[in-house]
Design a binder for this molecule. Structure first.
Ligand code: NAI
Length: 683
């Protein structure tokens, strides 16, 4: 096998394994053989390691994870030792991506040259790990502790252009990266003497300690809950040690993380996300082409949806019922882009191009130009059915018709048209241009290619599309409602809102349920409760605290008070006397002697409520797979990703204990509460 081509004394070793040069056993072996051959070749003065257009290397080969090949020599550290020992200069030419082990490979070379668009990073933290092949030791030696920590704590790749002055690259070029690397390699060869190795630089101990301490201070509460963040700081602190000792420390820390629940949960989420975004075989079909989208309703959601469609390069028609609402909505879109440009997050030209694709209208006849229509008008069945009748009258045959409804019956909406096969739900989350989750809802008549179009559009909008059946609240809101109800029970049983919120944020939730309720406004739930009052089973355990708060005008943060008061706009840390007496009254009315609940009990009850509802959802076929439920909770509801999701959590528990607890929980919720079958979640 030919390992390299010679270019005027430089051996160019090209890594070219489909598709992203994952560091498989085969590729690692190839690199070692190529290095050996080039070292032995008298015609070679220097070596360039290059990738293909897509990747220098995207890092470890996931298909090898956990197999003997992953651990078979040469393992990556052995490859890097060969680079350390090389007698001829080796220069890495980076184009495409250089991530994880791929970047560690480049860091062990004598110099790096990057194409300006190359994306480099050490994303191990996203999987609950730290770099395990010298990344924590070499990167700070090259770019300094602060930048290295930013890259490793953030986990997101950066472009070579952004890092041009960081010290990572000898040169960053706009094209011909291999030629530029060859030139650098020849210069190094011509210089003679000791080759520059990153490992030979010795950072100053006191500076490293101070910089690591500063970064530790900056960790946010959610990072502090995950073992990988502390381990990363410790590994980077070890770069003040002699190199080999630092490497050893990194290795120990890396190994200590591999089997943590957090790392397992993050690996699980990664897989679950990939599975969730694929349609089950029976629904697979060729998606319909979508270039022109019409959004009906230019309110909070409509404008957010319009923005993400514009960002994805689609053309957007924004349709409203009245001129003022249309003007306000269009203005919001323009202000959004102006804000991004002002913050330096978007180039003026790109913002102008996006806005040029937006057209605002009051004329329904314009719908004829749309490939897909998304309705985001008021959450009212009669209004939505009327809107769908009008869409039906104007949209071309074959146009995909979507509703952004949160709770309403999609089939009742679809029945307002003569083409229910073209109707699906696309449930975005607020703010629609930020939140990743997209529930793709299948109605009784939705055609497979319409579902496929919804999933494809979701991906194009850079969302995480998850298939759901048509049931009240779909997956996310349905589980969230069960969770929120359980949290309300806990108020009656003896906890204060801050106890519940505090216990759940201590577990890693982005926010507790009462803070969330205050933030989104209690009146939305109040309105829904009133609408459901007539059909509510009187035997259901119903907690009326929220209704009473609303009756007192405490609608949440926007009205200055809800579960919490907001003196000076900041949430009070404890609830006030008014709320406490409301809660005490509710307990007394139910004949409950209040007893404080500790954080572990609160967390467990909240999780049990979620998994019970998850099992019920599975029984009804609302979720295609149990892991989809975890994706929804993590992506849309602030469930701590490193805990995997409620289903993952349930799988770590003792089954018979869980079954017993679920029965107890149901007993506390009144005779209407159904108990889910755990077999559907645990397998
Ligand atoms: P919004 O009240 O901010 O906006 C609704 C807009 O629809 C208004 O501008 C209104 O003028 C317009 N509209 C009403 N009837 C219309 C008609 N017949 N023709 C044309 N335009 C009409 O409401 P928001 O919050 O944007 O919600 C819209 C939909 O999105 C609802 O179904 C809601 O359940 C759903 N949703 C809302 C979320 C949220 O957090 N706000 C989250 C996920 C879904």
């Amino acid at each position: 096998m030919k390992h390299y081509t010679l270019h005027d004394g430089v051996a160019v070793v090209t890594l070219d394994q489909p598709s992203v040069n994952s560091l498989s056993h085969a590729l690692r072996s190839f690199i070692v053989q190529a290095l050996d051959a080039a070292q032995a070749d008298a015609a070679v003065r220097a070596i360039v390691l290059a990738g293909n257009a897509r990747a220098f290397s995207a890092g470890a080969d996931v298909s090898e994870l956990g197999t003997p090949r992953q651990l078979a020599e040469p393992i990556l550290p052995t490859v890097l030792q060969r680079l350390d020992a090389a007698g001829k200069p080796v220069v890495a030419a980076l184009a495409g991506v250089a991530l994880g082990g791929g970047l560690e490979l480049a860091l062990a070379c004598h110099a790096r040259v990057g194409l300006d668009s190359a994306a480099v990073g050490l994303p191990e933290i996203n999987l609950g790990l730290i770099p395990g092949a010298g990344g924590t030791q070499r990167l700070p030696r090259l770019v300094g502790v602060p930048v290295a920590l930013e890259m490793m704590l953030g986990g997101a790749p950066r472009s070579a252009r952004q890092l041009a002055d960081s010290g990572l690259f000898e040169r960053v070029v706009a094209n011909d990266v291999v030629d530029a690397a060859c030139a650098v390699a020849r210069t190094l060869a011509a210089q003679g003497g000791v080759l520059p190795r990153v490992r030979d630089r010795q950072p100053e101990a006191a500076t490293v300690a101070a910089q690591v301490a500063a970064a530790r201070e900056q960790l946010n509460p959610r990072q502090r809950l995950q073992p990988a963040y502390a381990a990363l700081l410790e590994a980077v602190a070890a770069c003040a040690l002699p190199f080999e000792q630092g490497l050893q420390r990194e290795r120990e820390l890396f190994l200590s993380l591999v089997s943590t629940t957090a790392a397992q949960a993050l690996r699980y989420q990664f897989k679950a996300e990939r599975e969730a975004t694929r349609l089950p075989p029976q629904f697979q079909a060729e998606p319909r082409a979508v270039e022109a989208v019409a959004v009906i309703g230019a309110g909070t959601m409509g404008t957010g949806i319009a923005i993400c469609a514009l960002d994805a390069g689609l053309s957007v028609l924004l349709l409203e019922q009245g001129g003022q609402a249309l003007e306000r909505g269009t203005q919001r879109v323009h202000e959004h882009y102006a804000g991004r440009v002002a913050a330096g997050k978007m180039a003026q030209g790109a913002a102008e191009a996006a806005q040029a694709r937006l057209k605002a209208t009051l004329d329904w006849a314009n719908l004829a130009g749309a490939d897909l229509v998304i309705e985001a008008v008021f959450e009212d069945l009669a209004v939505k059915r009327d809107v769908f009748r009008r869409i039906d009258a104007h949209a071309r045959p074959g146009t995909v018709l979507a509703s952004n409804t949160s709770y309403l019956d999609l089939d009742a909406i679809a029945a307002a048209t003569a083409r229910p096969q073209d109707v699906l739900g696309l449930h975005f989350f607020s703010p629609a241009n930020v939140m990743k989750l997209l529930e793709v809802v299948r109605g009784a008549h939705t055609a497979p290619d319409v579902l496929a179009t919804g999933m494809a559009l979701g991906k194009r909008l850079k969302k995480m599309p998850v298939l759901c059946g048509n049931a009240f609240g779909f997956i996310g809101n349905r589980i969230y409602n069960a969770y929120r109800k359980q949290c309300e029970f806990m108020l009656e049983d003896g906890a204060w809102p801050e106890d519940v919120d505090g216990a759940l944020t201590a577990m890693g939730f982005a926010m507790g349920p009462f803070t969330v309720a205050d933030l989104s406004g209690l009146d939305i739930a109040w309105r829904m409760r009133k609408a459901q009052a007539a059909t509510r089973d009187p035997r259901e355990r119903y907690v009326g605290i929220l209704d009473e708060l609303c009756e007192q005008g405490r609608l949440g943060r926007k009205s200055g008070a809800g579960y919490y008061a907001y003196p000076d706009g900041k949430q009070a840390s404890t609830t006030d006397a008014v709320v406490r007496s409301l809660i005490e009254k509710a307990s007394a009315q139910r004949g409950i002697t209040r007893r404080p609940l500790d954080a572990a009990t609160i967390q467990r009850r909240a999780l049990l409520a979620m998994i019970n509802e998850a099992a019920l959802l599975m029984a009804e076929g609302v979720a295609a797979g149990a892991s989809d439920i975890d994706v929804v909770l993590v992506q849309g509801y602030g469930f701590p990703r490193w805990e995997g999701g409620p289903v993952f959590w349930a799988r770590q528990q003792d089954r018979s204990t869980l079954e017993c607890e679920l029965r107890e929980l149901a007993a506390g919720a009144g005779p209407t509460q159904r108990v889910g079958d755990l077999a559907l979640l645990l397998g």
